[in-house]
Design a protein around this ligand. Sequence first.
Ligand code: NAD
Length: 499
Amino acid sequence: MQELSHYVNGDHAKGGSGRFADVFNPATGEVQSKVPLASKAEVDAAVATAAAAQPAWAAVNPQRRARVMMEFVRLLNRDMDKLAEALSREHGKTFPDAKGDVQRGLEVVEFCIGAPHLLKGEYTDSAGPGIDMYSMRQPLGVTAGITPFNFPAMIPMWMFAPALACGNAFILKPSERDPSVPLMLAELMEEAGLPKGVLQVVNGDKEAVDALLDNPVVQSIGFVGSTPIAEYIYSRGCAAGKRVQCFGGAKNHMIIMPDADMDQAADALVGAGYGAAGERCMAISVAVPVGDETADRLIEKLAPRVEKLQVGPYTAGNDIDYGPVVTAAAKENILKLVQTGIDQGAELVVDGRDFKLQGYEDGFFVGPHLFDRVTPDMDIYRKEIFGPVLSTVRAQSYEEALGLAMDHEYGNGTAIYTRDGDTARDFANRINIGMVGVNVPIPVPLAYHSFGGWKKSGFGDLNQHGTDSFKFYTRTKTVTARWPSGIKEGGEFNFKAME
Ligand code: NAD
C-alpha cells in the first residue's frame, strides 16, 4: 500500500501523527493509498518554516516572481497527461475533464504572470505643498488554503498562484480524498524556481484545519467546500482576526423560456447536469422550464439524451460521459436523496438506481437520474445532491421562475435560455446570484474575471482569481511624504555667469 506524505520545506515529509485516511480508486472501489492526517504540531512546524521563508520571497522583485509562474506554466503543460491521470485515478472524472481541471488552474497562473502590473500602487504628486502620497500593496505573510475534492488541481491553483505572485508563503491543506495532484503541483512549483518552504502541502482533516485557524502567524484563510464547513471556517477565522474568504455549496437553476432553442437547452442541461457526475459547484441541478408546454417539450428532448449517457471508468477512453462519484458514502447519500424524491411525490423520468457496470461492481458508479414535477418543498430541491441527478421544477411564468432561483438559499451560478434580449437582460440585472449565464450553461468566469457565489455560496467580500485575488492576498499601505525644502538650494550645479 502506497503511503503518501506531506510536502514541507521542499521535501516529502512522512506523516508523524499515526493517523491516516484511505484514498480510493472510485472506479474500482479499491484503496490505492493512504494519506497522513497532520497533527497540530506538524501544522505549526510547517507554519514556522513558511514564516522563515516568506520575507526573502517577498523581497524578490515581482517580475522575477512572475518568471517562476511562467516556468510553472511550462511544466504544467509538460506534465499535463501525468497530472490528469493521477487526478482521474483518485477523483474518478474522465481524462478530458481532468485535463480541463488542470487547464483552468493553469489559466489563473497565466493571469498571475501579470503580477508586476497588478501590484503597481497609486501615486499622487503634490497632494499638498511639497507633499506626495502613495499606496503600496504588500504581501500578508503566511497564508493558507483549504480545498475540496472536486477540483484538486484548479482550486489549489486559484489560491496559491495569486498568493505566491503577491510575495506570500502559502500552506495548502487539500482534500484528503485526492491529495496526489496537490503534492505534484508543489513539486513542480519548486522545479519552476520557487524557494523551499514558500509553498507547502499539509494533508489532514479537521485537526489540521483547526491548527491553521488557531495559529496566529497565519494571516489569511481561503476555503472552498461545503456550506456548513464554509460557515464554520469563516466565523472562527474572522473571530481570530484573520482575513477569510469561504465558498460553499450550490443549487444552480437554469431557466428555459418558451422561445429557447430546445435542442440547445437539452444539450446544455445534459452537459451541465451530468458532467463530472454532477460533482461540480457550477453544475446545473435544477431545470426550470416556463410553462407546461415548454416543460413537456424539454422533457421529451432531455429524457432520451439522459438515457444514452455513457458512464464508466476514465480508462475506458473518450466516449465516457462521466465517471464514478468520489466515495461509497457519496453514492449512498445520492441514492438516499433520490428515494426521498420518489417518496415526496416527484416523477422519476429516468431511473439510474439499478445501474451496474460489468467488471466494476465495487466502483462508486451512479446511473443518471431525471426528475420532473419537483416542488420547492422537496428535499431534492432544497439540498445539494452533488450527483448525476437533475430536477425539473415547472414554473408558470418568468416571474415565478426568477423567484424560485432568488428564494433558494444558495446563490452560486444560474443560467437562462432564451432568444429574447430583454428577458435575458432583466434576468441578469435582477437575479441575486454571483455568476450568470445567458445561453451558457456553466458560466465559470475566466481567470481575469473573478469567481464567487452569493448568499450561502460565498462568505467574505472578495472573490477568487481576477484582480480581487490580488486584493485578498495583499494589504494596502499608504505613505504621505514631505521632504523639507532647502536641501537642493545649497548645491551649485551651473557655471555662474560673469557679473
Ligand atoms: P467538504 O466541505 O467536505 O471539504 C472541503 C475541505 O474541508 C476539505 O479539505 C476537508 O478536509 C475540510 N473539512 C471537512 N470537514 C471539516 C471540518 N469538520 N472542519 C474543518 N475542515 C473540514 O467539501 P467536499 O466534499 O470536499 O467538496 C464538495 C463541496 O464543495 C460541495 O458542497 C461543492 O458545492 C463545494 N464546492 C464549492 C465551490 C465554490 O466555488 N463555491 C467549488 C467547488 C466545490
